[in-house]
Design a protein around this ligand. Structure first.
Ligand code: CTP
Length: 397
């Protein structure tokens, strides 16, 4: 796998849009899919065109939208065959109750239902409907049948609906659908593996309202957790201080101080195959934590600090240590210091990055160091860095 600055093609999708108010979310979904690197061919039903215009979808996907079974612009006159043969997957979002009923029966009375029937690729369906329609035994029967037919059902979500009711049935948000599509397209390189990841910074409290910390957004650790889960691993994410919301599909444990993080890691380390220490753990903590807020009475204030345990080094030296990966953020002599850390902590793999450069950013530029030497990765979004790192790791396992 190569990371480069040109957008990688992650896959070719047909996005089917059926008639429902959630069709408006399909516009954002197309934008996100295209941005992430998918080629998207939109196919709409006539009913969908009542909710959102093909012009909008064409502008966002960069391709003409197909609606009609009898479209003459496709050279062989068989758009249902041509479109489904070209696709790596078909995603129907939103999928109305009526459209799912049609899928169950194998009916083919418009372009979208016909190409779903004629497909030889996976079909993913994101239901969207009112909660009564969702709960109706007919819909539930249909959902069970679609699952039995090997169709992936994405969602639905629970919450406020366009009709004003609250419950299960509304379509997943575009971001959640993008994550599920990404997972669908990710090779399952870590299937059956258990992965423990630390992410974010730790807070070492001085008093109830002040703390010593490191600068870390948590984005890199979250990206690795997301991709590891997409690759089929069972992921446990030990989360320090971060403002991000954790990815879906991972076990989450909150650990704010280095000591809490140490305890969380050690009590979950048995049975893990892989440990990836991404957290920016404070090396020191105040010797004492004041129970009340420190008042600014004195003109100077000294704080005594004591060393925190090195979580990564301790895990790596366990008798049955998992495969350990460390991060080394340095401001100078990057590769030299990182390699020294790799050897000192006895790690098979360390990720070296220049401190400051990646902080808070969505991109990162890193070098992987293992016993075979340095493997530089070009600057890329953190999600791509995570993919490359985990593909390299899976190769080493
Ligand atoms: N780490 C850890 N526990 C600590 C400190 C660091 O698990 N108490 C992990 C980090 O998650 C990261 C790696 O160790 O994977 C960083 O190594 P380290 O030598 O601790 O880096 P720095 O703290 O930056 O070291 P130094 O200040 O000496 O450069």
């Amino acid at each position: 796998m190569h990371a480069n600055n040109q957008k990688r093609l992650l896959g070719k999708l047909v996005l089917g849009i059926t008639g429902g108010i959630a069709a408006y979310k399909a516009a954002e979904l197309v934008r996100l899919l295209v941005k992430a690197g998918f080629e998207v061919q939109v196919v709409m039903t006539n009913a969908a065109c009542q909710f959102i215009t093909p012009v909008t979808m064409q502008a966002l996907s960069g391709k003409p939208v197909f609606i009609d079974m009898w479209d003459s612009s496709i050279s062989n006159g068989m758009p249902h065959i041509e479109l489904s043969r070209n696709a790596d997957a078909i995603l129907v979002a939103p999928a109305s109750a009526d459209f799912m009923a049609k899928l169950v029966q194998g009916r083919a009375d418009d372009l979208l239902s016909t190409l779903c029937l004629a497909r030889n690729c996976p079909l993913l369906v994101a239901p969207a409907m009112n909660k009564q329609m969702w709960e109706n035994p007919a819909t539930q029967r249909n959902i069970n049948q679609l699952k039995a037919d090997g169709i992936s059902i994405l969602g639905p979500d629970c919450g406020e609906q366009a009709c004003g009711e609250v419950g299960l049935g509304r379509m997943l948000e575009a971001e959640a659908l993008l994550a599920l599509v990404n997972a669908h397209f990710t090779p399952k390189l870590l299937a059956g593996k258990r992965v423990l990841i630390t992410a974010g910074a730790t807070l070492e409290m001085l008093d109830p309202v002040r703390a010593i910390t490191n600068l870390s957004s948590g984005k890199m650790g979250y990206a690795i957790a997301q991709v590891a889960a997409d690759m089929g691993a069972e992921v446990t994410l030990v989360i320090g201080a971060t403002a991000l919301s954790a990815p879906a599909g991972v076990n989450k444990i909150s650990a704010i101080s280095a000591n809490e993080m140490y305890d969380a890691v050690m009590s979950n380390i048995i049975q893990q195959d892989i440990f990836i220490a991404v957290a920016a753990v404070a090396d020191y903590r105040p010797v004492t934590q004041q129970p009340e807020k420190i008042k600014k009475n004195a003109s100077t204030l000294s704080i005594s600090l004591t060393r925190n345990k090195d979580i990564l080094a301790e895990v790596a030296s366990l008798p049955n240590a998992p495969f350990c990966v460390g991060f080394a953020a340095e401001t100078e002599n990057l590769l030299e210091y990182a390699e020294a850390k790799r050897q000192a902590k006895k790690l098979p793999l360390i990720v070296a990055n220049l401190a400051g450069e990646a902080l808070g950013s969505d991109e990162n530029s890193v070098t992987l160091l293992d016993k075979n030497g340095a493997h530089p990765l070009v600057r890329a979004p953190k999600i791509d860095i995570a993919r490359l790192l985990l593909a390299h790791l899976a190769g080493m396992l």
